[in-house]
Design a protein around this ligand. Structure first.
Ligand SMILES: [Zn+2]
Length: 449
C-alpha cells in the first residue's frame, strides 16, 4: 500500500503515513491532541499490524469465503426483511411490536438464547467457545416517527421509501444477516456475541436501551459495535455528547397596558439567550468542537398581554466532557442571572419562577485509538476496498465510549437518504459490503476459532 491518509473529522488532525510498510489507515502517529508520542505511535503500528494479519487470515479461510458468498446471495431476502420490519411501526417509547418480531427472527436464524430485557431491548446470545469476552452488535429498534405515521414501503426501482427504512430498520436486517452467515457456515468464535435490538436511541429516548445495558450489574460487554450509519466509509469512534434543556419562565401575566411593570417572562427568556450566547461563544472557540443552539422558543397569550409563560429548548454538544460541562454551567448561570435581573427590575406583582428541565443528557467521549476494535474495523473495511473515515457522532455508542469501553458505529450499507424525514429512502446498492465488513471485524474482535 502506498501513502494513506485519513481524516478525523471534528479533530484538527490530518495524519499522513510517511512509511507504509504496514497496512495503515493513518491512526499511526495520531493522537487526540497534537502531542504525538513516539510510544503511542509505535504501539499503534503494532496493533494495526496485528489487526491486518488477523483480518487477512480470517478473509482467506474457506468458511469465510463461503460466508461472504452467502451474504451476497441474501440480497432479496434482506429486501423482504427490510419491508416487513419497516412496516411494523416502532414509534418512540413503543418498540414492542417490532421487538417481538425481531426476537422471533433472531430465534429462527438459529440463536437459542433470545430474551427481552426490562426496558425492551432484544438480546440474542451466540455463545463463544471460551466465553471469557463478550462482543455486542447493536441496532436500534425505534424510529423518530410518532404512532399513526404511514410506514408503507413504496418501491421505485432499487429505491425503497418509508419512514425509518434506513434509520434504523436496515441496521436490524444487518444483524439478522450476520447471524445467518455465522450459522450457515458453523463459524465459531472464542468470545460470546450478543446481537441486540436496542430501544430508545432516538431523540427523547435518550439512549435508554443502551444506557440500561451498561447499568451496574448488567451483562459484561468488552467491545461494542452499533450498526447505524448512513455512508459506507464512515466509522464513528468519538461520541458527541449533548445536554438538552427545556426552560420555562412563569409569572402572573396581565394586560400589557394595565399591568405594565409586572415581571415579564419573555424578557427573562431573551435575557437568558443573550447572556448564554456571550458566555457560550467564548467556550466554543477552538478545538475540540463544541456547539450550542436555542432550537425552539414559545409562549404568550396575545399581542396586548404580558405572557404567563415563556419557554425555550436548548441543545449543547461536544465530544469533550469538560467543554460540555462548561457550557452547561454557563447556561444555568445565564438562566439564574436573567431571572434575578427581571425580578429585580419589576415594578409590581409577583416574582417570576423558572423551571429548568433536563430533556436529554448524552455523555460525550473520545476513542482510545489503541483499541483493537478500531483497527479491526478499519482493516476489515480496507480489505473490501473501503477507505474508512473516522468521525464523531451521537449514537448508541456514546454510552460505552463514555465509559471507556471500545465502541464504534458502522454503516448499514446501501445508500440512506432523508433520515428522520417522512420521505426517507434506502437504495439497494452494494449493500452486501457493509455486512461483509462487519462480519470480518466481528470475527477479528471475537477471535474466530
Ligand atoms: Zn439511527
Amino acid at each position: 500500500m502506498g501513502k494513506l491518509r485519513m481524516t478525523l473529522t471534528n479533530r484538527t488532525l490530518k495524519c499522513t503515513l510517511a512509511t507504509a510498510a504496514l497496512v495503515g489507515f493513518g491512526l499511526t502517529g495520531c493522537t487526540h491532541t497534537d502531542d504525538i508520542g513516539a510510544v503511542h505511535a509505535a504501539s499503534n503500528t503494532v496493533i494495526e499490524a496485528e489487526a491486518s494479519s488477523q483480518v487477512a487470515a480470517i478473509a482467506a479461510d474457506p468458511k469465510i469465503r463461503a460466508a461472504m458468498k452467502t451474504i451476497e446471495g441474501m440480497n432479496q431476502l434482506n429486501v423482504d426483511r427490510l419491508i416487513t420490519l419497516t412496516e411494523i411501526p416502532a414509534p418512540p417509547f413503543h418498540e414492542e411490536k417490532r421487538a417481538a418480531e425481531f426476537a422471533k427472527r433472531l430465534k429462527s436464524a438459529g440463536l437459542t438464547d433470545v430474551s427481552v430485557d426490562e426496558v425492551g431491548n432484544v438480546i440474542g446470545r451466540r455463545p463463544g467457545q471460551k466465553g471469557d469476552r463478550t462482543i455486542a452488535v447493536v441496532a436500534h429498534l425505534d424510529t423518530v416517527f410518532p404512532a399513526g405515521t404511514d410506514v408503507t414501503v413504496r418501491r421505485e426501482g432499487n429505491v425503497y421509501r418509508a419512514p425509518g427504512i434506513g434509520d434504523n430498520t436496515r441496521g436490524l436486517v444487518i444483524l439478522l444477516s450476520l447471524v445467518d452467515a455465522l450459522e450457515a457456515h458453523n463459524i465459531e468464535t472464542a468470545a460470546d456475541i450478543l446481537f441486540i435490538g436496542s430501544v430508545g436511541e432516538e431523540g427523547l429516548g435518550d439512549l435508554r436501551g443502551v444506557r440500561h445495558l451498561f447499568r451496574e450489574g448488567g451483562p459484561k460487554i468488552d467491545s461494542f459495535m452499533a450498526i447505524d450509519g448512513g455512508a459506507d466509509d464512515r466509522v464513528v469512534i468519538d461520541a458527541v455528547g449533548s445536554s438538552r434543556y427545556r426552560v420555562t419562565f412563569s409569572g402572573p401575566g396581565g394586560h400589557s397596558y394595565g399591568a405594565f411593570g409586572r415581571a415579564h417572562p419573555h424578557q427573562a427568556l431573551s435575557e437568558t439567550i443573550t447572556g448564554f450566547t456571550q458566555y457560550a461563544r467564548r467556550i466554543t472557540q477552538g478545538e475540540p468542537k463544541a456547539t450550542f443552539s436555542v432550537g425552539r422558543i414559545g409562549g404568550g397569550t396575545s399581542i396586548n398581554s404580558i405572557p404567563f409563560t415563556s419557554w425555550m429548548e436548548v441543545d449543547m454538544r461536544s465530544t469533550d466532557p469538560a467543554k460540555l460541562a462548561r457550557l452547561d454551567a454557563a447556561f444555568q448561570k445565564a438562566v439564574h442571572e436573567a431571572l434575578e435581573k427581571e425580578n429585580k427590575s419589576r415594578l409590581a406583582g409577583e416574582a417570576l419562577t423558572v423551571e429548568v428541565k433536563s430533556v436529554g443528557q448524552r455523555p460525550p467521549g473520545r476513542a482510545d485509538l489503541e483499541a483493537s476494535l478500531i483497527h479491526n474495523v478499519g482493516v476489515a473495511m480496507q480489505s473490501l476496498g473501503i477507505e474508512p473515515q473516522f468521525v464523531a457522532s451521537s449514537t448508541d455508542s456514546n454510552i460505552p465510549i463514555s465509559l471507556g469501553i471500545p465502541a464504534v458505529t458502522l454503516s448499514r450499507g446501501g445508500i440512506s437518504k432523508n433520515a428522520h424525514a417522512p420521505n426517507e429512502s434506502w437504495e439497494n446498492v452494494d449493500s452486501h459490503l457493509a455486512i461483509q465488513s462487519a462480519l470480518l471485524a466481528i470475527l477479528a474482535e471475537a477471535e474466530m476459532m
